[in-house]
Design a protein around this ligand. Sequence first.
Ligand code: KIV
Length: 286
Amino acid sequence: MSGKTVHDLQEMKARGERIVMVTAYDYPSARCAQEAGVDVILVGDSLGNVVLGYETTIPVRLEDMLRHVSAVTRAEGPAHVVCDMPFMTYQVSAEEALRNAARLVQEGGAQSVKLEGGEAFAPTVRRIVEAGIPVMAHIGLTPQSVHRLGGYRVQGRSAEAARRLLEDALALQDAGAYSLVLEAVPWQLAAEITRRLRIPTIGIGAGAGCDGQVLVFHDLVGYSFGTPAKFVRRYADVRQVVTEALRRFGEDVRRGAYPGDAERYSMKDEEWRRLQAEIGGEGDGA
Ligand code: KIV
């Protein structure tokens, strides 16, 4: 085990060092994240939207996460790897949640798991943590509850909703969560929650007052489709680079410019003549 531990991440908060988190879903993206020196790789269930082409994260299954977290953890490096628990793998009972969390750690190699939900999930968090698996919690906009929330909207705008989020955050910390994702929350409220917690907060659409920031890999590198959320900053245009590379490949194949002489295997003339005699061929092998 080489990645940062949950204690390393908590010490970063104590030292006032910001935590860098990014999602990854496969070996090459995880290798890039490791080489770039990020602190935490999240194998997010956003896998459903950005890789599997679903509209929401709801269809993502435990088996999907297991396959992808295994690929990510084969890319070793300094980052902590946390894996999302997908919809309905932790909501039914704490026991079932523990069994599923254990699979992500035991079979998938994750160092911790993340689950969405507030105070109502505190007993589940406690059960998983007591069994030895660190839990990152996630409140605010929780995409698995998109149908109840009525869409992907900013959360915590009213006094009641803000108080609820604060209570959720404290309850999850008390239950043993080692960190908390705050998604789509006004920056003032996110900063206040961050100030009141011992554990690090990781923001996504929650302003700069959180202890760390996370973005979805494909949004960050410009390899996603659709209109990006307000908080997304694109650091590259990979979609354009990939599409252009594929277009040029197609052009080269169609005009016979690929493969060239340096891109083919060959054998010595005499070897080929001997082989040709044996197989009864007549062509010139060009
Ligand atoms: O699944 C995911 O990518 C997430 C992040 C948005 C925090 O949960």
